[in-house]
Design a protein around this ligand. Sequence first.
Ligand SMILES: Nc1ncnc2c1ncn2[C@@H]1O[C@H](COP(=O)(O)OP(=O)(O)OP(=O)(O)O)[C@@H](O)[C@H]1O
Length: 430
Amino acid sequence: MADVRVRFAPSPTGDLHLGGARTALFNYLFARHHGGRLLLRIEDTDRERSRREYEERILKDLRWLGLDFDEGPHRQSDRRELYAGAARRLKEGGLAYEAEDEAGRRALYFRPPQRSGRFRDELRGEVRFGKIRDFVILKSDGMPAYNFAAVVDDVHMEITHVIRGEEHLPNTGRQVFLYRALGAPEPRFLHLGLILGPDGRKLSKRHGARSVRELREEGYLPEAVLNYLALLGWTHPAGREEFAGLAELVAEWDPSRLGASPARFDPERLLHFNARHLRRLPARQLARLMQPFLETPLPPGREEVAVEAVREEMRLLSDAPRLLGRLLGPVDPGEVAGRLPEGSAGALAAACRLLEGRWPEGLEEAREFLSALRRWAKEHGMGAREVLHPLRVALTGEDRGPRLEYIIVLLGPEEARRRMERAREARLRA
Ligand SMILES: Nc1ncnc2c1ncn2[C@@H]1O[C@H](COP(=O)(O)OP(=O)(O)OP(=O)(O)O)[C@@H](O)[C@H]1O
């Protein structure tokens, strides 16, 4: 499609939440799919509710998601001349008139040529509307009303496709009349199904929807958020559900698979995607991303082992300190002894002996030590579990957890030996 131009048009009245982020993502994907351009427009004509601080936060969140735009941000409050000019033309053409608004202040009204009509929505087909009354286009404070500013901008910015949430459907009828009155072609409309909160209501700033900023602070990955959002109102032709990142989504995305049904926000599914994306990151990258969530830094020189030790159980980056603490935190030998079977003192003694002289700084050496321990078990007619389980309990105080070689390397040979020794002594005393 030639010269596609789309826009994401948030109002800076709160943080970017998942509903807004999905609209931004779909506009982004649409633009990239068609080799077109994405514009960012800040709809800040509501003076009471708009804040520059929110605009900056929205920009930051879009950047974090990787949704970069090609033009803008254009701020509606900077474009008042443009709206005033368009309003003048409508007035001169006899399509607008001044009158008192509901509060008794002077405002400029638009008089639509008809009271009803129809437009085409790309996802819904023909949409009919009616009962359109005269409506305000310039408010008493000189600011344009929402519908007017949006249309004047879409015309001026040569927007070809308007992709937004379906709560805008009731506005579209009024907007269609405005395009015609301004002598401009209508863009195509795609009204996406709403994203609903657990209470069944539209996710919205006003109802405290989870913001992208909160998700970032809780330890979600942008790739996981994008992956989750991409599937709210879109399906891959082969039913694929996992996409490594934006580049892959761009390659696979196709607007013919868009749907108009509403979708309920499912926090568990988002967590599930996050866990999967955490697993696919290279260890070094994951170590770097974990860093801001840690109270104490990862053990120097063993950062990547630490990452491998916890990544299977991680669902959020912020799980890292708890999981690492569980592995590296102190173990109470007395408590451990009570859970060790009687015969385990012998196995722990063997483990101590086998560890002596070995200094497993790396995974390879730690694996060799574990193999030697398994061989010892076999020679003594014991199953591998009979020696490895006491070892795990002695080292971590837990019955299960990450692979033992990770734990040994993380603790370091000295600490590992000390823990085995103490557990063995406590078991003998018990
Ligand atoms: N829950 C939602 N489901 C689908 N689309 C949404 C949802 N919330 C916002 N959008 C879309 O995101 C874009 C930006 O919306 P906007 O910044 O006005 O946020 P908002 O949450 O709708 O604001 P408000 O707090 O005023 O309801 C619009 O295209 C809007 O249609």
